[in-house]
Design a protein around this ligand. Sequence first.
Ligand code: 4H3
Length: 213
Amino acid sequence: MQIDVITLFPEMINQALSHSIPARAQKSNKVKVTAHFLRNWAIDKRGTVDDTPYGGGPGMVLRVDVAHAALTAVDPRHKAHRVMLSPDGDRLDQKLVKTLSEKKQLVLLCGRYEGFDARIEKYVDQKISIGDYVASGGELPALVLIDAVTRLIPGVLGNAESLEHETFENDVTDFPQYTRPEVYEKVSVPPVLLSGHHAEITAWRRSQQTQTR
Ligand code: 4H3
């Protein structure tokens, strides 16, 4: 999968994806994330990408011509699924993450300030929100989306990180896990887990799982 991120802070994207599972996914060529600096499509040599809002009010609005030029440069034939991170978008849940993980290319458009000129909506396929709160920019929401999507791409997770029992897979929560010490501040590990009876352990774990849908 190819993921292109259009942002005023490309280093936020590159830095966050340089660790752990997302880093390994990129090294193995199963996913390639490219961060593009929105200012490269500025209207002038000063690097202008925004302007004051028509009708007045505080803050600055990102220009639609600049954002459209960036989208066209990154995805000239509109082959990609173009997503803008926005607090009023479709809520990101594991089902949407799964759908996104099956795309060949995603383009993620990250706003700052008061957001993009509303006319940008014509040039994106979907607005997505990671939850009902406002962040200072679209980058952190984009990173949450990238992390969740990337780990569903076949071959990205190793055996030790298998999706098999994970929450949302099979529509149930994961079961509680324990490790040493056997007793901590008078609280013991459930005895069944120390019993060595595999059928009983499996049954107990099932009893601990609840439906997610
Ligand atoms: C997405 C984007 C929250 C989310 C975002 C979310 C900054 C959108 C700016 C950016 C606009 C102001 N906040 N819940 N913030 O997924 O470009 O809204």
